[in-house]
Design a binder for this molecule. Structure first.
Ligand code: NAD
Ligand code: ZN
Length: 361
C-alpha cells in the first residue's frame, strides 16, 4: 500500500515551566527497572555547574557522562558510547537522558536507538531503517531553536554522509522544557540557534509542501520569533520561555513539510568546513534575498539589533574540489530543493548558480 499521508509520531509527554527540571527524578522513578541504570548524557559546559549536577540526583548505579558539543555528533561517537555502556553494565539501561543543545539531544536519541539495534549507527542513517523500539529516552534542552526536542530525526555525520536517523522510534518519550536552563547561553550562540528556528519557519512557510498542519505551527513560531528578535517589550524571562516554545512549534512545522535553500546549503558548508548548524544557517541565509526577500531583510535587521557577528568570506579560498563537494552535498538533498523551488528546481538551482552563491559566503 502506498500511503499518501505520513502517520507522524509525537512526543507523548512534556512538562513545561521555570524550575520544572526539579521534577526529573520523580518523572524517571516509575521508569526505573531493577538494576538497570539511567544514563545521563550532559553537555560538558555544565561540568563546573555543581548546583545543576546536584539536581540530577544520581541514584543506585546511575551514570553521568559529560559530552563535548564542540563538534556535531558522529556515528562513531554514538557507537563508542553504546559500546562503553554495554561493557560497564549487565542490564540494558532504564533510560537515556540527554541534557544540552541539539548536539546532545541528537546523541541521546541515537544512543537509545543503538542500545536495542545491532550494528553501527551509520547503518540506520536514512528513513525508517530502525527495526526495534529504542530504550526509553528523555530530552532536556538547555538552548532553544533546533526543534531537536520534538523531531523524528537525529542528525549524524557518518563515514560517507551527514544524514539523520529518521524513524518512528527516534522521538523522545519525554521532554522537559525548563526555560531557566537556558540562562547561561552566550549571546551569539543564543542568536545562531534561535535563527535556526526562525529559518525553519521561513523555509516551511515559503515552501511548496506547505499545508494547514505545518502552517499553523510555522506561523505561531514565526510570530514568537518576531516578538523575541525584533520586538521591544519582552523581559529576558519571558523571552526564554517564548523561544523554547518557538523552537517546539518550528520543529512541529517542518515535521510535516520540509526545510529549504538555507538548510541544503548549510549542510554543504558543514560537511566541508565543519561549520555548525546554527551559525551555518545564518551565514547562508544572509545571502538568500533572491529566495526569501522579505525575511532576509528582517534577518539583517535582527543581526543589527542584537549586534552579532555573521562570519564572511569562508568560501573564497576553497579549492575547486572542496567547492564541488559542497555543491554535491547540497544538491543531494532533493526534498529540500523540491520544497523550496518546486518540481523544476534543477533548472533554477544549477551547479553554476550554487557555486556563485557559495562564493559570496
Ligand atoms: P549545540 O548543542 O551544538 O550547542 C551550542 C553551544 O551552546 C555549545 O557550545 C554548548 O555547550 C552551548 N550551550 C548549550 N546550552 C548551554 C547553556 N545552557 N549555557 C551555556 N552554554 C550552553 O547547539 P544547537 O544549535 O542547539 O544544536 C546544533 C545541533 O543540532 C547540530 O548538530 C544539528 O545537526 C542538530 N539539529 C538537529 C535537529 C533535529 O531535528 N534532530 C534539528 C536541527 C539541528
Ligand atoms: Zn535547522
Amino acid at each position: 500500500v502506498n500511503n499518501k499521508y505520513r502517520n507522524f509520531p509525537m512526543v507523548p509527554k512534556v512538562v513545561f515551566g521555570q524550575g520544572c527540571f526539579d521534577q526529573l527524578s520523580s518523572i524517571l522513578a516509575p521508569q526505573r527497572k531493577d538494576k538497570a541504570p539511567f544514563i545521563f548524557l550532559v553537555d560538558k559546559v555544565f561540568k563546573k555547574e555543581q548546583a545543576l549536577i546536584d539536581r540530577i540526583n544520581l541514584r543506585f548505579n546511575d551514570k553521568l557522562i559529560f559530552v563535548s558539543s564542540e563538534e556535531e555528533p558522529k556515528t562513531t561517537q554514538v557507537d563508542q558510547i553504546v559500546k562503553d555502556i554495554k561493557a560497564e553494565f549487565t542490564f540494558k539501561p532504564s533510560g537515556i537522558i540527554g541534557i544540552g543543545g541539539g548536539t546532545i539531544l541528537d546523541l541521546a536519541k541515537a544512543v537509545s536507538i543503538m542500545l536495542t539495534n545491532k550494528g553501527s549507527a551509520a547503518d540506520y542513517q536514512g528513513w525508517d531503517l530502525v527495526k526495534t523500539k529504542a530504550v526509553y529516552h528523555v530530552g532536556v534542552p538547555t538552548i532553544s531553536g533546533t526543534g531537536a526536542e520534538v523531531s523524528r530525526t537525529t542528525v549524524l555525520t557518518g563515514p560517507v554522509k551527514k544524514l539523520g536517523i529518521n524513524s518512528d522510534f527516534t522521538p523522545f518519550d519525554q521532554v522537559i522544557l525548563d526555560p531557566d536552563l537556558t540562562v547561561g547561553v552566550p549571546k551569539n550562540q543564543w542568536f545562531y540557534t534561535g535563527m535556526d528556528c526562525f529559518i525553519h519557519c521561513v523555509e516551511s512557510l515559503n515552501g511548496t509542501f506547505l499545508n494547514a498542519f505545518s502552517q499553523s505551527y510555522g506561523e505561531k513560531a514565526y510570530d514568537l520569533c518576531m516578538e523575541i528578535f525584533v520586538g521591544e517589550e519582552l523581559s529576558e524571562e519571558e523571552s526564554r520561555g517564548k523561544l523554547m516554545m518557538a523552537s517546539w512549534h518550528g520543529g512541529m512545522s517542518i515535521a510535516y513539510s520540509q526545510v529549504g535553500v538555507a538548510h541544503a546549503m548549510s549542510y554543504g558548508l558543514s560537511y566541508v568546513l565543519g561549520t555548525k548548524h546554527g551559525i551555518g544557517n545564518c551565514i547562508v541565509f544572509d545571502h538568500l534575498e533572491e529566495f526569501y526577500p522579505k525575511d532576509v531583510i528582517l534577518f539583517k535587521k535582527m543581526v543589527k539589533k542584537h549586534q552579532v557577528e555573521i562570519p564572511k568570506n569562508l568560501c573564497s579560498n576553497l579549492s575547486e574540489e572542496q567547492l564541488e563537494t559542497m555543491i554535491d552535498i547540497a544538491l543531494s538533498l532533493v526534498p529540500l530543493w523540491e520544497n523550496a523551488l518546486g518540481d523544476n528546481w534543477e533548472t533554477i538551482m544549477t551547479r553554476e548558480k550554487l557555486k556563485a552563491l557559495y562564493l559570496k559566503m
